[in-house]
Design a protein. Sequence first.
Length: 332
Amino acid sequence: MALESIDIFNRLANEALKYYAMHENSIAKILQISENITYLVTNLVTGEKNVMRIGRPGYHTKDELDAELIWLKEIKENTPLVVAGAVKGMNGEYVHEVACELSPNKKYYCVMYEFLEGNAPSEDDEENVIRQFINLGEVTGYLHKQVKTWNNASKLKRFIWDYDSMLGTNPRWGKWQNAADINTEIEKLLTRTSKTINKRLINYGKGKDKFGLIHADLRLANLLIEGEQMKVIDFDDCGYGWFMHDMAASISFIEDKPIAKELIDSWIEGYSKVQKLQKEDINEIDTFIMQRRLQLMAWLASHHESDPVIELSKGFTEGTAVLAEKYLEKYA
């Protein structure tokens, strides 16, 4: 999953601008490198801003991108949530295939989105982030409620986030065993942990009340706060998974911080305002958090060129081992 030359994506971004009416007066500047490359597009005449996303080749098909946009439209029309809608090109399409002579044999797709004002919550501002997690729980509850009442929620062409696609035989982000700083002792510990996770999730099941269309990456970096309003961005990883995975994803990279327990409690408080959690859902929160943590180990190993990886990787494997020991003491 190594990233190609960034020059290819810069050329693709300039080519993609030609699909939109404001292209002659606009420039594209890189915002972030992750599963996709995102650009801030600014109209130099009007000052209007948009966000362009160019996907890595092979990560999504056009049908999968169309499916994401269908869900975003439903969320905008049928919930009180604020999400970024797609911007239509001059040809009436939302998803565009773009080409670059430096990589002529690969397909690249781009989508332009509305620009949303706001800033991501900070884990360092503990008082505020605890309060914001109440809002996040409520936001997540609305997402899940919409999915559970929408007849087409199970018909979209999106990939699946389950044990097999995260930690099992077909891990979409690669193997956690490839993470930095892993040794034989830690690998044995995490293998036991992974097997325990699988066993518990088999017992938990995939009923309609537990498993469905989810955002799958509701971490702090994908939230924007403007005043008292929380907005959700980056549905690039949305797919079919356990609803409680959205809870686990919300504390990505901070699972081992002292504040984690308070954040979980706040999330439950907010979610319960919209959707009822069953006792078995709450009982498996630790399992979903542990599964997500191992998934993130794989992501860090396979995305070494992504913007946050260098900083996030420091001590991550050792921290995961500490969490695993506590998890096994309780559940093995």
